[in-house]
Write a protein that binds this ligand. Sequence first.
Ligand code: FMN
Length: 208
Amino acid sequence: MTKIVLINGSPRKNRACNFLLEQAIEGIKSVSENIIIEKIQISDYQITPCNGCDQCLRPPNNCPLAENDDTEKLEKVVLDCDALIIAAPNYFGSVSSQIKTFIDRSRPWKMKNYLLRDKILAPMAATGLRNGGEGVIGDLINFGLIHGMIIVGNTFGSPVLEGNIAITSVQKHSLKEFLGKGEIDELAGLIAKDTGKRVAELVNKLKK
Ligand SMILES: Cc1cc2nc3c(=O)[nH]c(=O)nc-3n(C[C@H](O)[C@H](O)[C@H](O)COP(=O)(O)O)c2cc1C
């Protein structure tokens, strides 16, 4: 059975990261209704920050902190999937501390001979003023590359040929109005949907 896990990396459960993931879920479903989809909130898991003890470097490569937090529960969800889609908020150009802690604590999975190897990873960033989102994507790409995962982006149209150029809410409504709006970023939604679709298509191809 094919399974795609989506991780909301924001401590806010129903905001921009969630919007992106819900769009991605629509994209997945457009490919197949038979793919198992599990969306989790990273902030629902208690993950103790890595203390650098390096015990994961030595067999049996376990983390002593896992005895007292939720990482084993998280491990069951993450290792049992074909693809991961992670949406992280942009906090000062990096991922949220919840996602950074998750990334650091994933080290045993690498040390146990690359348990995430060949799983697909699609990174997504939610960003307020759109300054520093590249850093978030960079953090997530590095996580995937270091684990031997397959990084996937979107193929949503061409900004030149099809005019898919993002217009910020400030440009559209002026600052005063923008501050009062809970506006949906339509283009981001379409890109997220396409990303979900592409992840589902690639998972199916890889499983053939
Ligand atoms: C601590 C903190 C730092 C942030 N830093 C940035 C930033 O550097 N650039 C930016 O564009 N947005 C920044 N934001 C805004 C968030 O990226 C934005 O609110 C995003 O929508 C959060 O995702 P969420 O809606 O899923 O929680 C920051 C927000 C917080 C709480």
